[in-house]
Write a protein that binds this ligand. Structure first.
Ligand code: NFS
Length: 663
C-alpha cells in the first residue's frame, strides 16, 4: 500500500502535498512507487559505486579499488584516481550524448520545416537573422526558408565535424574564455566526435592520467553546452517561437475531471508541439465529445512539459519524481513518452488503471507500452493517431482523484532575450539595468537552480534553497525539474516577491517579476550561458564568467545529463554545487574537482549535503565574487525615484504579467 513513504538518507517523508494526497487515496492502494522501492531495498548503496572506484571497463574485473591500499588497485594497475576520473568522464559523455541526440532530432525537424514539410513554420525571423550572422549566412534579399535551410544543414554537419575547427557557437563566449579553451586545446569540434573520443580514451589501457582525461571531459561537455544544447534551444525557438513571459499553472491539480487528460512526457518538443496543434483540431475535439468528454487537456511532465509551458503556457502536471503519481490519479487516458527520464515503472503503475503508456520513439520502447512511432514527415497525422487512442480510453476511466486544490499559478517564459526587456523597459533593452542592480547591491548576484529531482532528499529541498537565496537578495534563474518544483512551491510567481530580502523585493515588485525566473528545459541551460556572457559583455562585472557574482546548483541531480551540464558550467567559469558526486573514493581526483580546477578554469565543483548548506555555499561564493569586484562597499539604502522606476520598466506599458517580451 502506498501512503506516506520514507525516502532514503535525508528524505524522511513525501513532503509534496499533491503527491501525498494522491497516494493516500484508495484507488492508489495497489500502486508501487519509487518511494516504496527505496524503502523495500533496505540496504545502503555500494561504497565502491558511491565513491566512483568500481571499474567495469574490462573483463579482468570488476575491480573494486581502495585508494591508498597497495594491492587494491585494478588488475591492470589503474589507480583510484584514474578509475574515478574515467567513470566521471563517461558520465559526462552519456549526458552529452543524450542532449546531442535530442538536438540532432531538433535540427532535422528544423530542416524539414525549412523545406516546407510538416505543420511547423519559422516563427522567430529576428532570431533566425541573428543566428545567420553567427553562422556567416547571407540574409539580404533571401527567403526566410532558404536561410533556415542553409543554417540547418550547417548545424547538422557540425555534429560529425571531422576537421579540427571548433564549433560555431563558441564564438558567442567571451574573448577571454575562448582563449582559455584554445590554450588548453579543448575547443570542441562536434558532439558526436567528442563523445566517441571520450569513450575511446576511457577504454582500458588508453588515457591513464586523470587531468588529461578531464580535459576531454571538458571538451565533451562544452560540445553539449555551447554546441548541441545551444543549437537545440536556438533552432527550437526559431521554429516554435522564443518564449516571452506568460501565466500558466503547475502541479497535479492541472488534470481535468471532465476532459481527456493526455500527459506528454520526455524531452523532444517536436512531438509535443504537434500534439498541441492536433488537440485544437475540431475533428479531435469532436471525437472527444463523442466519448462524453468536454475536451482534450494536454499536460506536461518533465522537460517536454517545460518546453510547451514556456512557449504555449500548457500546464505542467509533474516533474520527474511525480510521473508515477500523475498516473496514480486514475485520471490520465494516456501518457505519451519519447526519450529520457521516463521511469520503466510507469507501465506497471498504468496497469492499475485504464491508462495507456504510448511510446513514440524507436529508441525508447518499454514492456507494457503501446508503440506508435512518431513520423516527423507526417507529424500531425502521428499526433492525431496518438490522440485518437487516448480519447478512446476516456470511457474506460473508473474512479479517479485529482487534487484540484494543489494547482499553482506561475509566470514563465524568461528567455535570455526577455531579460533584456524585462529590466530595461522599452527605453533601454539591454542587460545594463540588471548589471547596475547587481553593482549597487539591490541584487547581490544570480543563482541558477537546474536539473532533476531525486528521492535522495526530501521534495522540498529546492524550495528551501531558493527561499534562502531570495531572502538574501539573490535572483534565482531555474530550468528543468528544479523549475517545476519551485513552481509547485509558489516561488515562480510575482507574488513570491514577499519572500525576498528588502532590496530584491523592491526590484521584483517594481518590475512585476518573480524572484525565480523560469528559463526552460534542461537543454535551455544554454540560455544561462548566454545570459552570463551578456552580463560580462555589458560591462562593470569583470572580464569573464568567472568574475561574475553567479553560481549554479543541481541539488537533486540524478541524470547523467546533469553532470555534463555541471562540467560545462565549470569549464565556462561558473561554480556549481551538487549534493553529492561519485568521486569521494579517489582523494586526489576529488580534490582536483573540488579545488584544483580553479587554477585552470576559474571555477570548480562544490559538494554540500543539506539544502541550507548548499544555499550557504552559494551565498558565500557570490559575496566573495562581489568582494573581488570591489562592489561590496557599504551603501545607503536608495529609495526609487521616478527615473529609476522608468529604468526598471515601471509604468511603460507592461504586459499583464508585468514584463516586456521581445516583440
Ligand atoms: Ni533535465 Fe529533463 Fe527533469 Fe532532470 Fe530529467 S526531465 S532534461 S534530466 S529529471 S531536469
Amino acid at each position: 500500500m502506498a501512503t506516506s513513504k520514507t525516502g532514503c538518507e535525508g528524505c524522511t517523508d513525501i513532503t509534496c502535498s499533491s503527491s501525498k494526497l494522491v497516494l493516500e487515496q484508495d484507488i492508489a492502494k495497489n500502486v508501487r512507487t519509487a518511494y516504496d522501492r527505496i524503502q523495500a531495498r533496505g540496504m545502503a548503496a555500494c561504497l565502491f559505486g558511491s565513491g566512483g572506484t568500481c571499474c567495469r571497463n574490462c573483463n579482468m574485473g570488476p575491480c573494486q579499488i581502495i585508494d591508498g591500499v597497495e594491492d587494491m588497485i585494478g588488475v591492470c594497475g589503474a589507480t583510484a584516481d584514474t578509475v574515478a576520473a574515467r567513470n566521471f568522464a563517461r558520465t559526462v559523455a552519456a549526458g552529452a550524448a543524450a542532449h546531442g541526440d535530442h538536438a540532432r532530432e531538433m535540427v532535422k525537424g528544423f530542416i524539414e520545416t525549412a523545406r516546407g514539410n510538416g505543420p511547423h513554420e519559422i516563427k522567430d525571423v529576428e532570431k533566425l537573422h541573428a543566428l545567420a550572422k553567427i553562422f556567416g549566412v547571407e540574409i539580404e534579399e533571401r527567403d526566410v526558408n532558404d536561410i533556415a535551410l542553409e543554417i540547418g544543414e550547417m548545424a547538422l554537419a557540425e555534429f560529425g565535424n571531422q576537421s579540427e575547427q571548433g564549433m560555431t557557437m563558441l564564438k558567442r563566449a567571451t574573448k577571454k574564455r575562448q582563449e582559455i579553451w584554445k590554450k588548453l586545446g579543448i575547443e570542441p569540434r562536434g558532439v558526436d566526435r567528442e563523445v566517441v573520443e571520450m569513450m575511446h580514451r576511457t577504454h582500458i589501457g588508453v588515457d591513464q592520467e586523470y587531468e588529461n582525461i578531464m580535459l576531454q571531459a571538458s571538451r565533451c561537455a562544452l560540445s553539449d553546452g555551447w554546441g548541441s544544447s545551444m543549437l537545440s534551444t536556438e533552432l527550437t525557438d526559431i521554429m516554435f517561437g522564443t518564449p516571452v513571459p506568460r501565466r500558466a499553472i503547475v502541479d497535479l491539480g492541472v488534470l481535468k475531471k471532465d476532459q481527456v487528460n493526455v500527459t506528454v512526457h520526455g524531452h523532444e518538443p517536436l512531438l509535443a508541439e504537434a500534439l498541441c496543434i492536433a488537440a485544437e483540431d475540431p475533428e479531435m475535439i469532436e471525437l472527444a465529445k463523442k466519448q462524453g468528454a468536454k475536451g482534450i487537456n494536454l499536460a506536461g511532465v518533465c522537460c517536454t512539459g517545460n518546453e510547451i509551458l514556456m512557449r504555449r503556457g500548457i500546464p505542467v502536471a509533474a516533474g520527474f519524481v511525480q510521473q508515477e503519481i500523475a498516473l496514480s490519479t486514475g485520471a490520465v487516458e494516456a501518457m505519451v513518452v519519447d526519450v529520457q527520464c521516463i521511469m520503466q515503472s510507469v507501465a506497471e503503475v498504468a496497469k492499475n488503471f485504464h491508462t495507456d503508456i504510448i511510446t513514440t520513439n524507436y529508441r525508447a520502447k518499454m514492456p507494457g507500452g503501446v508503440h506508435i512511432q512518431f513520423d516527423e514527415h507526417a507529424a500531425l497525422e502521428s499526433a492525431k493517431e496518438i490522440l485518437s487512442r487516448a480519447i478512446k480510453n476516456y470511457k474506460k476511466r473508473g474512479t479517479c482523484y485529482i487534487p484540484e486544490e494543489t494547482k499553482l499559478d506561475v509566470v514563465v517564459g524568461f528567455s535570455h532575450e526577455t531579460i533584456n526587456y524585462m529590466l530595461g523597459g522599452r527605453f533601454r533593452a539591454s542587460y545594463r539595468p540588471l548589471n547596475d542592480n547587481i553593482i549597487n547591491g539591490r541584487i547581490r548576484g544570480v543563482a541558477a537552480m537546474v536539473g532533476c529531482d531525486n528521492f535522495k532528499l526530501a521534495d522540498d529541498a529546492h524550495e528551501i534553497i531558493a527561499r534562502e537565496l531570495i531572502k538574501n537578495n539573490i535572483l534565482v534563474v531555474a530550468t528543468g525539474c528544479a523549475a517545476t518544483s519551485l513552481g509547485r512551491a509558489g516561488l515562480v510567481n510575482p507574488e513570491a516577491a514577499r519572500y525576498c530580502g528588502d532590496s530584491l523585493r523592491e526590484v521584483c515588485e517594481t518590475v512585476g517579476m518573480p524572484p525565480v525566473l523560469h528559463m526552460g528545459s534542461c537543454v535551455d541551460n544554454s540560455r544561462i550561458l548566454i545570459a552570463l556572457t551578456q552580463m560580462v559583455n555589458q560591462g562593470g562585472l569583470g572580464e569573464d564568467i568567472d568574475d561574475l557574482p553567479a553560481i549554479g546548483t543541481a541539488p537533486l541531480w540524478m541524470s547523467e545529463k546533469a553532470v555534463a551540464i555541471g562540467q560545462y558550467f565549470v569549464a565556462s567559469g561558473a561554480q556549481v554545487v551538487f549534493q553529492d558526486l561519485a568521486t569521494s573514493g579517489a582523494k586526489t581526483f576529488n580534490k582536483y574537482l573540488l579545488e584544483d580546477m580553479m587554477g585552470t578554469y576559474g571555477a570548480h565543483w562544490n559538494v554540500a549535503k543539506e539544502p541550507l548548506d548548499i544555499a550557504r555555499t552559494m551565498i558565500e561564493a557570490i559575496e566573495s565574487k562581489r568582494d573581488a569586484l570591489g562592489i561590496n562597499k557599504k551603501k545607503e539604502r536608495v529609495l526609487f525615484d521616478m527615473d529609476m522606476r522608468r529604468d526598471l520598466g515601471d509604468g511603460s506599458g507592461l504586459t499583464d504579467v508585468g514584463c516586456h517580451g521581445p516583440t
